[in-house]
Write a protein that binds this ligand. Sequence first.
Ligand code: MLT
Length: 309
Amino acid sequence: LCGFVAPAEAQTYPTRSITMIVPFAAGGPTDVISRIVTGHMAQTLGQSIIIENVVGAGGTTATTRAARAANDGYTLITGHMGTHAASVPLYPKLAYHPEKDFEPVALLAGTPILILARKDFPPKDLKEFVAYVKANAEKVNAAHAGVGSVSHVSCELLHSILDVKPVGVPFNGTGPAMNALVAGQVDYMCDQIVNAVPQINAGTIKAYAIATAERNPSLPNVPTTAEAGLPAFQAQAWNAMFAPKGTSPAIIASLNAAAIKALDDETVKKRLLELGSVIPGPKDRTPEALATLVKNEIAKWTPVLKPAT
Ligand code: MLT
């Protein structure tokens, strides 16, 4: 009679609502992905998951708070390529370490990057954009979601390829940055696809290219950077769920299972795909795979990014 006995906490968890910290403003890619996935996870877990948008410092303010939260499974965070990788080289005094202070739970979505501009920005295509930005580098500006955010890091990569240093205009997330782009208050932005699809389809902004090897089915008319003449610019971000270090393996397993169930749900899948996200395949869905991703991404960005001044 030696059956597996699950720890009591896993049998009862969760007994109350869970807080999911989103490190950027409502309406941006991280917020949208979190709401889609946690909406379904809440049904599986039988408790509500409350999204708390905590903004500032390119997502690092919220991520510091999540790192210091009780490791009881009731405070989680949706982190991303910025908060859990690029922040390490950019912020020498970062108050958390993505690997040491978090338990990876599950990768939620891959998010290709697009070069977007206000509707009346003069360049018509990517080749003209490159020439225009090079010729007007002191005049043009690029919106982003704070130092270390995906939009900031992606455009830093673009700017290093073009050898220009335009002014950056920081927002608390690319939700508000997108509003400024639509209103014509900023010139361009390197943003995750989830934020861009509704606006591109509504014709309120321009999309020059998607920085992935293939076109995205949600935007079949947007060329890849290679097709449009800038093959060197390749960028895809990701959003993933983390818990504070020391959260019990049984709780991580419950959360991971609920996240996977959400990603397999037809309605969740349809919504994520409509917004251009890449849904992680089976081998990318484990906490171990997410730990490896974080490790590899820190190693990838550390030699590329210099500390912010
Ligand atoms: C957001 O949700 O606003 C983003 O993920 C911002 C970013 O990192 O560019």
